[in-house]
Design a protein around this ligand. Sequence first.
Ligand code: HEM
Length: 417
Amino acid sequence: MSASFDLSDPGFVADPYPALAAARADGPVQWHDGLGLWVTTTHAAANDVLRNRGLGRIFRPRAAGEDDPWTVFDWLHADSILDSEPPKHTRLRRLVAGAFNKGHVERLRPRVEQIAAELLTGVEQTLADPGSGGRVDLIEAYAEPLPVLVICELLGAPASDWKLLRDWSQAIVKMYEVSPTQPTQEEAQRACAEFAAYVDGLAAERAAHPGDDLLTSLVLERDGGDRLSRRELVATVVLLLNAGHEASVNGFGNGVASLLAEPDELTKVLATLDDDTAVAALVEEMLRHDSPLHLFERTATRDVELHGVTVRAGEKVAALLGAANRDPAVFDERDRFRAGREPNPHLAFGAGIHFCLGAPLARMELQISVQALLQRLGRLEVVEARRRPTFVLRGYESLVVRAAPLAGAVQEGGGHE
Ligand code: HEM
């Protein structure tokens, strides 16, 4: 059976879930002609793809030589933890996790709370400004700056550089969509070169003047006689900045939009905002219901039997995480947003050896940012929402909200996809 959904169809990108549900009825693993690879439609199949050791992340270099404009792009991927496989992945993950596990994430909690509070003051000022019509774009004013400011703090990069880092990161991740255009490719090459030089400079500074940040831990981390090479260090930091940014922005935007679309769930959430366990469950449902990352590819290193099909050595298979997270075999009322859903074994952070290293940070950031938003602003409603035209990284370009009228008041119509 061949999957028929079209990833570039605007209707699919706006709401891929009906087409993914229809595809699921045709089987857990299907060939997709347009993509030229296998795709999974169920939770079990996505989980198996991410865990099967015959299926690996294989990065194919683009550069023809050291002077090629793809050179930096290539080594930023080839030397990164995300694009390597054992034994290299095991070694890199040990070194990077060793640095991460030095308490940097928990230590950051008060700072994340402070960043959220400062940004929310700006959000409130915008809402109170008569020129805004009582509306504010949550992506621009809150969701986008917050994770970059947090990652700057984690790494000890100057907060004033956050827009620079955001722009580089956005230029690079556009390469992960299907068929990037020539200008997108050139932008990504330039962003890689500038980003790598920036991080190299920062790492050299930290080697000379150690601080108490993650970057210093990465520079100094040793495992026996082993340590990250210069390229591995730069590739790790660029990955942390990219991974730590895009998915968090989209996780927040998608999740808040899902929540605000369910007024009864919002009422329950507003009543339990002081309960950290309830907020933690809310964030898991935000990540499940409209996941920020939808597609992760693997390449078969040998023939692999997968839910009734044979993936031949050299063929690719994509785990579709959004489809997995709406699988009715695992999630009751799969299309409904249920803030207190329990259990919630979603795959938004992946599975297996590449399981998201930043999940504790992402969870902390999302819990603090959504709790602070609703505590300060109360009931909100979406008045305008514009999606990014991308499937792999699914998110909103803008999510304009206003204070919701009190129950019983007459409501104006608002546009929401
Ligand atoms: C809502 C936010 C996030 C989501 C949904 C997310 C999701 C994911 C997923 C699905 C993977 C696995 C990719 C694969 O199997 O091919 C992954 C890997 C990774 N993520 Fe995240 N991520 C998020 C935030 C973060 C943050 C904040 C950081 C770090 C600051 C981070 C760092 C990483 C790293 C380093 C890896 C690679 C791990 C490895 O290859 O061993 N992520 N993430």
